[in-house]
Design a protein around this ligand. Structure first.
Ligand SMILES: Nc1ncnc2c1ncn2[C@@H]1O[C@H](COP(=O)(O)OP(=O)(O)O)[C@@H](O)[C@H]1O
Ligand SMILES: [Mg+2]
Length: 424
């Protein structure tokens, strides 16, 4: 750790705002003296000074900008009504750290102006050598283009003391489903699971309608408020589909292992919306079982768990299997029937049908979010429960810092933001 940087050398270290010592609301952006009087009345100074002045005083040291509106290190923009510079993170009072994930830190904070409670996710830019990482841009772009009742709402992007400190500001949501499933006293009822599934499917459908693949759906990326509403979060691996893809195809470094679709496991570099629907199937199973469906340690173990539950793939169940890159190197077990009924003995016929339609080998045959929303499972009793009737739970995120429950993390993102044109 190097010494405190001067104002001209933006630090790549943590900002004062998110350090654990308490100087919240004390920007201390740089050691120069701050002018207290200059209010934000720097709109149009042109008319004050007509004509050239023959003798000029040496230019005064510019006053630091009001930290409430702009970071010192972000150059002022030429006037453009549609483009505004990001506000500073000091517009928010840090309350507590919610989570230190593998890729970023998430804080709970209060908007000093409106008093709103929000969540700030600090994007990891420290190791980035080639400018602003594409994954961070994608995360912000995806959140902005997928606005929906069941997608976490992005409010703005703010900057810290230096250009390497960028935070996404979102609505604060009390729970993530992973933590909730491990702490709630009784499992969700079928009527509640149906509501959660409908909300999840409607968010996924909306993302897909807007050409966004999430690529990391799992319970820890599903937030839930105390009014029974799910919000899909963490678009850190999301990307647009339908755009031309580089020669290498799409990266396989997506989707946390336990939720990863078999086509990705088999090395497919062309995949699409169906990868998200496989993850939705795993989440449905997890809600029913109250624990993750495929808790595998590595890809091979995951494949053999999938083969066991679904029965090994056949020409019929997965016509494209043989042409997948890894098909030749994997020895399939001898044919056997699927084990869905044994694994989910209490699920109705319709429920089982929906689960099997999601956990289908062939991505072409796998159900889409739009079709799943119309599945008869949601129309048979018990009917989906109205979100207002959900119980509320104490929020771990509002308390002290906590660690993630034990679950594997998303594949490393460092690897896939090296080059814009490479993979992905
Ligand atoms: N808007 C939010 N409100 C409350 N908690 C949040 C919010 N966003 C994220 N979190 C918490 O932080 C965790 C990590 O956030 P996430 O966006 O998934 O980052 P990562 O990329 O590190 O996985 C989530 O699992 C959740 O517990
Ligand atoms: Mg996450």
């Amino acid at each position: 750790m190097s010494a405190e940087p001067g104002p001209s050398t933006p630090s790549k270290k943590r900002s004062k705002w998110d350090q654990d010592d308490d100087n919240m609301g004390q920007p201390q952006i740089h050691p120069q003296k701050r002018r207290h009087k200059s209010k934000p009345s720097r709109t149009t100074p042109q008319n004050d000074d007509t004509g050239p002045t023959p003798t000029r005083e040496p230019a005064p040291i510019p006053a630091p900008p009001n930290p409430r509106t702009r970071s010192y290190y972000v150059p002022e923009r030429a006037f453009h009504p549609a483009i505004q510079s990001s506000r500073s993170v000091y517009c928010y009072e840090r309350l507590n750290q919610i989570e230190e994930g593998s890729y970023g830190v998430v804080f709970r904070a209060r908007d000093k102006e409106s008093g709103d409670i929000v969540a700030l996710k600090k994007l990891k830019l420290e190791e980035e050598k080639n400018g602003f990482p594409i994954t961070a841009l994608r995360e912000v772009h995806a959140l902005m283009s997928c606005r929906h009742e069941n997608v976490v709402r992005i409010r703005e992007v703010v900057v810290g003391d230096t250009l390497t400190q960028v935070f996404v500001v979102m609505d604060f949501i009390e729970h993530d489903l992973k933590t909730l499933l491990t702490t709630m006293p009784a499992p969700f009822k079928i009527s509640e699971i149906k509501t959660l599934m409908l909300q999840l499917l409607s968010a996924v459908d909306h993302c897909h309608q807007n050409w966004i693949l999430h690529r990391d759906l799992k319970t820890s990326n599903l937030l839930m408020n105390n009014r029974g509403t799910i919000k899909v979060a963490d678009f850190g691996l999301a990307r647009r589909f339908g755009d031309p893809v580089g020669l290498g195809g799409l990266t396989q470094l997506v989707v946390t292992l336990w939720y990863r679709a078999p086509e990705i496991l088999m090395g497919a570099t062309k995949y699409s919306t169906a990868v998200d629907l496989w993850s939705v199937g795993c989440i449905f199973a997890e809600l029913l079982l109250k624990e993750p469906l495929f808790q595998a340690k590595n890809e091979m173990e995951l494949l053999s768990m999938i083969f066991r539950l679904l029965g090994p793939p056949t020409n019929n169940s997965w016509p494209g299997y043989a042409s997948l890159p890894l098909a030749k190197s994997i020895a399939l077990p001898s044919p056997q029937p699927n084990q869905f009924r044994n694994k989910f003995p209490h699920l109705s016929m319709n429920g089982l049908d929906l689960l099997m339609s999601l956990l289908t080998y062939d991505p072409e045959q796998r159900i889409s979010a739009e079709e799943a929303l119309e599945h008869p499972y949601f129309k048979e009793p018990p009917l989906p429960k109205h979100p207002d009737l959900f119980a509320s739970f104490p929020s771990a995120a509002m308390g002290e810092k906590r660690r993630k429950p034990d679950s594997p993390s998303a594949p490393t993102r460092a690897a896939n933001y090296k080059l814009l044109i490479e993979f992905d």
